[in-house]
Design a protein around this ligand. Structure first.
Ligand SMILES: Nc1ncnc2c1ncn2[C@@H]1O[C@H](COP(=O)(O)OP(=O)(O)OP(=O)(O)O)[C@@H](O)[C@H]1O
Length: 647
């Protein structure tokens, strides 16, 4: 953990424009500046938008399960400048409704009905037009608070935004959300190496959504985990954003559990959801009146929020009566003047006053170009690698230890004798296997563990599967060169393999290639399967076939025809053959102590004994290069397929 003073070294590496905090733009303080939550700089603030929905139903249709209707034919309108508290009992459908309105329903959820923003049917533009604070936050735990915000700013802000403007925005958000003192604190993982508190995580996620200053904000339980004072501050901030003058107030929908009376009073409207229907939309005081008219009086000392939720909740033991009561309230609300006032038809003319004809003009964002996004993603992944000892440093130390141990075991055993042949081939197999199996298995968790983060950011339109996949490959590349090189240097010279610089260099290059092909294969299995155990279940039999056909355990020319073809998929075989060629080519004097016993008298004999061919060196290297490309291509295709299926 590096909290407090001084920006960590790696953070500076990520900060590609090191001069940005000192260089002010020539034209002075202008666009992109701090309009968040303030009434200043209104010219830069996008106009408010009206959100309306009619006959909206949402169905969950998980594969293999019956379809379930979660939201049942609801209609409503939220005007610009409104801060709306969406309340209801747990499981009432608040999150599902918000996700549908925000055009962010997950895969397997069907949305039917008419949802409009500024009179225009919602579409993918909602990712630019609106921010969405999820109930569960997902971060890269190795980043600091400021690095996360900087990354998001670079990804989300218009690419013409200057570095100085971006920095100013980030610093302003850190200040407004009370995160300045933890700007250099690592985010961490709850329950594991938790560093940032739950409330700070919430505020950080909220800050990231505010970067683009979207006119429409959806917040799923933003105050959960916050103390009452922090919750009040956050709601005050939202209130300020909604209250901007000249029709530039944000439209904010916010699910909230058990707000205090004081907090509830800060919302302009409340929307009560019960059993997938809307029981009320309007001012909190009107809600109390409406419930009284239905025969439900809120006791004087009671918190109105608790009263509404209790009245609309399904009471265990009397579910049927509770459902009937909820149905009656929802039916009465549909008939009430509050509902009639809120329907899009009745708001008709006035909707157009404040809505935008052309959504693109509201938030004109030109996202960063693809190479820039790849660069940013790779930078972030590199920080993950560098800062996670289990990924890189432990592996390097392990490699040094194994290479030293293996080298010492072979020390003095390599000679120009029959026993020496066995030792050389044994040492070569150690070089191959140690750079195959552990790297292949170690990357199996890369995609299963990062899929939630990838999907969240992919759905938000930050980047696609190709950039994500390549960033993972590129960020691991330095380690995948250094690690096998360290292993090769130590093991090669300790074991006393061929004392020749050419042989050493070629062997080292093949070891590096071997590790990279193995990792490519691991990446493929990682992206093809949902979990590490499933990937392992398929990879273990596959690697046994590769190992058996590597040329060490069975003479390749004697393999049965039905299995012989598998050797051409085995980079262990190619690697083993290439390194054997380098060791044995041109060797002419292997001692045969007992002429009556079978004897490998020169290098060609040795190669022939293992069914290797001295002319195959180039073929082996090319074949490994092809396998590397094919594995990565398959891995990328699998990730694209899964991303499309889950979007
Ligand atoms: N993808 C889905 N597949 C099946 N059921 C779902 C799905 N999404 C939501 N549900 C169900 O729909 C109901 C409403 O869920 P939702 O998360 O919207 O409730 P909520 O009001 O936000 O609850 P909470 O306040 O506890 O978060 C729940 O019964 C939930 O199990």
């Amino acid at each position: 953990m590096d909290s407090g003073q001084g920006q960590p070294l790696e953070a500076k590496a990520m900060d590609c424009d090191a001069t940005c905090t000192t260089q002010r733009p020539e034209r002075g303080d202008s666009s992109g500046s701090g309009s968040i939550g303030s009434s200043s700089a209104d010219a830069d603030v996008p106009r408010g938008v009206t959100l309306s929905w009619r006959d909206l139903s949402v169905f969950a249709a998980p594969r293999g399960y019956p379809c379930k209707r979660i939201i049942k034919n609801v209609s409503g309108v939220v005007r610009p400048g409104s801060l709306v508290a969406v309340m209801g009992a747990s499981g009432a459908g608040k999150s599902t409704l918000m996700a549908a309105l925000a055009h962010r329903s997950p895969a397997g959820v069907l949305v039917r009905g008419d949802i409009r923003v500024g009179g225009r049917p919602v579409g993918d533009f909602m990712h630019r037009l609106s921010g969405f604070l999820h109930q569960e936050d997902i971060f890269v735990p190795q980043l600091t608070v400021e690095e996360h915000l900087n990354f998001m700013a670079r990804m989300r802000l218009d690419r013409r935004t200057s570095c100085w403007e971006r920095q100013k925005k980030v610093q302003q958000l850190l200040r407004q959300l009370g995160l300045t003192s933890s700007a250099h604190t690592r985010i961490g993982t709850p329950g594991h190496d938790k560093v940032l508190s739950g409330g700070e995580r919430k505020r950080l996620a909220f800050a990231a959504e505010l970067l683009t200053d979207p006119p429409l904000l959806f917040c799923d339980e933003p105050t959960t985990g916050l103390d009452s004072y922090s919750a009040q501050q956050l709601v005050d901030l939202m209130q300020g954003m909604a209250a901007r003058p000249h029709g530039r107030g944000k439209t904010i929908l916010c699910t909230i559990h058990q707000p205090s009376s004081d907090l509830l009073g800060r919302f302009h409207r409340i929307m009560l959801v019960a059993d997938g229907r809307i029981a009320f939309i309007g001012k909190p005081e009107d809600a109390l009146l409406f419930f009284r008219q239905q025969g439900y009086e809120c006791p004087a000392i009671y918190n109105p929020a608790d009263f509404f939720i209790r009245t609309l909740a399904c009471t265990p033991g009397s579910e049927a009566a509770s459902k009937a009561a909820v149905r009656k309230i929802c039916d009465r609300f549909v008939m009430s003047r509050h509902c009639k006032e809120m329907t899009p038809e009745n708001l008709g003319e006035s909707l157009d006053d404040v809505s935008c004809e052309d959504i693109d003009s509201v938030v004109p964002v030109e996202p960063p170009l693809w190479p820039r996004r790849l660069w940013l993603l790779t930078g972030r992944s590199m920080l993950q690698v560098v800062r996670d000892p289990s990924i890189q440093w432990m592996r390097l130390l392990q490699k040094v230890a194994i290479a030293t141990m293996a080298g010492l075991c072979f020390l003095g055993t390599v000679s120009d004798s029959q026993a020496g042949v066995v030792s050389v081939q044994g040492a070569l197999f150690i070089l191959v296997s140690e750079n195959t199996f552990s790297p292949m298995y170690s990357v199996l968790s890369v995609f299963p563990s990062e899929l939630p983060l990838f999907l969240r950011e992919y759905r938000a339109g930050l980047y696609g599967p190709v950039a994500f996949y390549l960033s993972k490959v590129l960020s691991m590349l330095p380690g995948l060169i250094v690690e096998p090189l360290v292993f090769a240097v130590l093991a090669y010279w300790l074991a006393g393999l061929r004392d020749d610089v050419y042989a050493f260099l070629i062997t080292s290059a093949i070891v590096v290639l071997t590790m990279n092909v193995s990792t490519a294969c691991g990446f493929f299995f990682s992206s093809a399967f949902e979990s590490v155990p499933t990937a392992m279940a398929y990879l273990v039999p596959f690697d046994y076939v590769l190992m058996i056909t590597s040329g060490v355990f069975v003479k390749l020319s004697t393999l049965p025809a039905y299995v012989s073809w598998t050797q051409y998929l085995s980079w262990l075989m190619y690697s083993n053959e290439a390194m054997s060629i380098v060791q044995w080519q041109g060797v002419t004097n292997i001692t045969c102590l007992d002429p009556s016993l079978p004897c490998l008298s020169d290098g060609d004999h040795v190669l022939d004994h293992y069914s290797f061919d001295a002319s195959h060196l180039c073929r082996d290297v090319v074949a490994m290069g092809v396998l590397y490309a094919v594995f990565h291509l398959l891995g990328l295709l699998c990730l694209c397929r899964r991303a499309r299926g889950l979007k």
